[in-house]
Design a protein. Structure first.
Length: 610
């Protein structure tokens, strides 16, 4: 094996990419770009050639980029299964239209019965969850806390063997999307081709046509979408909405909700906000990072997230120049951009209490210089692809957290080595294990569970599958207290899994993108747009504010108005079990109309929490 291939062996390994079946392919897969100097315009490189004494005619190796292997379509996906498992309206003829079943609201006044008013803000924790034969407490916890909300019949499925039901979902096939979307490098090609270099129109136009073809194919699968034709003016916004629709569709139809929740956990952990530079890349980030590496070692998902085009754009590493790099010396030795390095340390790994210093941030930033994607002047074959650019890389060895890393001016191997060690740092392990435990159990998770996850992490050298299995096996993960408050996206997905997307997101397939935008905006969590690189909050009090709770009530009333004759008790039986709390039974059963009863059912503590 050549030295270059050896340097990157830890990165391009079977563990890193589970879809590489032939190990021999690794000898031809590396981060080398072989970028030829003649491909760089005179304005960019003339002084560099003079400064470093290089010739335009020097030979370089073939361009080898950070690409992913295509994977087959998922097995076992059937839209008809989703349709038959929605909660269907039931007309019994026994329920008067003026009431939802149970006593009328006028029969039981809160003032005379001593019953409390409907809870405001964060709903209280309910008691008396079911365990009646076919539906068990474990099945309810598995479907709602670990999953995305129960579909009709799912509580019974999960109750047979909750732990096995969850573990069986942990496969790569379970999270592969049943539809195709453009890759990030194609989206970058469009952006830089349209706005930076009109000469690339000969490759931009075919890329637009490909994207439009994909959109039309996705529509045949039943994904709601308006019929505007994609073009260079609207493609980014159209693609973002299509990504959101497809993502919601996957969440509402998947038979592996635990796996899907884990994918979303990692997308939120390595948060990228859709903006003018990244909105066409956020969906691809989830596909090629979270979905493809959520079961592997944490080191691999950390490396792949760091080098994804969306992350390189979002945290400005494409603009980072080593002060003493060949290009840096020609522009006055500016310091490297620290955004990506700082967030890798503070948010993606060990956290602000991890013991690193400002000098360590600077060293990691220098190691990451040269990690960019191709721009228009690199040519159409390289635009949007990951590139390691030696002309931008800060030369020399790095001293990071007391350890020295050898100089490497030809590959991204220096940065990769540092990232692998960051992934194995005790502070990283402790922080990530606590975050996983908090996501699935409580905002303040039991330390015994966290310690158990840390042990599983250390014993497996960061193999995430082992950590998930340890989570599912630990008794503390099954303490049925409904501590977690649903985020808006969780709320929408859980409702749609129960009653159908058309009722939750809109009644018509041509549901306006503007109305969809308003729905997410009102609830406070527009997909792919976390407010900071830290991602969306996972703690209940951040979502249970007066204005968002009123928005939830208004949304619940709109959904209830579309459901017609579904009884509140049927909704609750199918999603959270039949043995609901006395307060929930009182308010939903005593509603004046079915619509009011359904609104209160959606707003009940049992449905609002997981």
């Amino acid at each position: 094996m050549t030295r270059k291939a050896s340097v990157l062996a830890a990165f391009e390994s079977p563990d890193c990419n589970p879809f590489i079946e032939d190990a021999d392919i690794l000898t031809g897969s590396c981060l080398e770009t072989g970028l030829r100097l003649e491909d760089i315009p005179e304005s960019y490189a003339q002084q560099v050639w003079m400064a470093v004494g290089l010739s335009k005619d020097m030979q370089q190796e073939t361009d080898n980029r950070l690409d992913f292997i295509d994977v087959p379509a998922p097995r076992g996906f059937d839209r008809s299964d989703y349709e038959t498992r929605k909660l269907q309206p039931v007309v019994t003829g026994k329920t008067p239209p003026s009431r939802a079943g149970g006593p009328l609201a006028s029969d039981l006044r809160s003032g005379s019965s001593g019953k409390p008013q409907p809870p405001a803000g964060l709903p209280p924790v309910p008691t008396g969850l079911p365990g009646n034969g076919t539906v068990t407490t474990g099945g309810i916890v598995a479907a709602n806390r670990f999953g995305l909300g129960a579909r009709p019949g799912e509580l019974e499925e999960a109750s047979v063997d909750p732990q096995k039901w969850l573990k069986d979902q942990l496969t790569y096939d379970a999270v592969r999307l049943p539809f195709a979307m453009p890759e990030s490098h194609e989206c970058v090609l469009l952006r830089v081709g349209i706005f930076d270099n009109p000469e690339l129109q000969d490759v931009v136009v075919p890329a637009i046509e490909k994207m439009e073809t994909l959109r039309q194919k996705n529509r045949t699968r039943g994904i709601p979408e308006i019929d505007d034709v994609l073009n260079e003016q609207n493609y980014q916004g159209k693609l973002l909405f299509q990504e959101i629709r497809l993502r919601d569709y996957m969440a509402c139809t998947t038979r592996a909700p635990f796996a899907e929740r884990l994918v979303r956990f990692w997308t939120n952990h390595f948060a990228i906000t859709a903006n003018a530079n990244t909105q066409a890349m956020v969906g691809d980030f989830e596909r090629v990072v979270s979905r493809r590496f959520y079961l592997g070692k944490f080191a691999n998902i950390l490396v792949r997230s760091t080098f994804h085009q969306g992350m390189l754009n979002f945290l400005n590493n494409v603009e980072s120049v080593g002060p003493n790099s060949p290009y840096g010396v020609t522009i006055g030795n500016p310091p490297a951009n620290e955004n990506l390095a700082r967030e890798v340390l503070e948010l993606h790994s060990m956290g602000s209490e991890g013991g690193y210093s400002q000098a360590d941030v600077e060293e990691l930033a220098n190691a990451l210089t040269g990690c960019i994607h191709g721009f228009a002047f690199h040519g159409s074959e390289r635009v949007g692809r990951f590139l390691f650019e030696p002309l931008l890389h800060e030369p020399g060895s790095r001293l990071f957290m007391g350890q020295e890393y050898a100089e490497d001016n030809e590959t991204a191997g220096q940065a990769i080595s540092i990232l692998h060690d960051i992934a194995r740092h005790p502070a990283t392990i402790a922080r990530l294990c606590r975050k996983i435990a908090a996501h699935f159990t409580a905002d303040n998770p039991p330390q015994g569970l966290v310690d158990n996850l840390i042990s599983a992490w250390e014993q497996s050298d960061g193999e995430l599958l082992k950590v998930y299995q340890a989570l599912v096996d630990h008794p503390l993960a099954w303490d049925n207290t409904l501590e977690k408050f649903k985020t808006p996206n969780d709320l929408l997905n859980s409702a749609a899994r129960a009653v159908g997307m058309e009722h939750v997101y809109g009644e018509h397939e041509e549901f306006s993108e503007y109305l969809l935008y308003l729905l997410y905006l009102d609830l406070g969590q527009f997909p792919f747009t976390p407010p900071t690189p830290e991602g969306w909050s996972d703690e209940g009090p951040d979502w249970a504010q007066p204005s968002p709770m009123m928005a939830r009530m208004q949304w619940a009333n709109q959904v209830a108005s579309r459901l017609g004759t579904i009884k509140p008790s049927d909704l609750l039986d199918a999603t959270v079990g039949s043995d609901i709390s006395e307060d929930t039974a009182f308010w939903t059963g005593g509603a004046a109309t079915p619509q009011q009863g359904l609104t209160l059912a959606f707003m009940s503590p049992e449905f609002q929490r997981r």
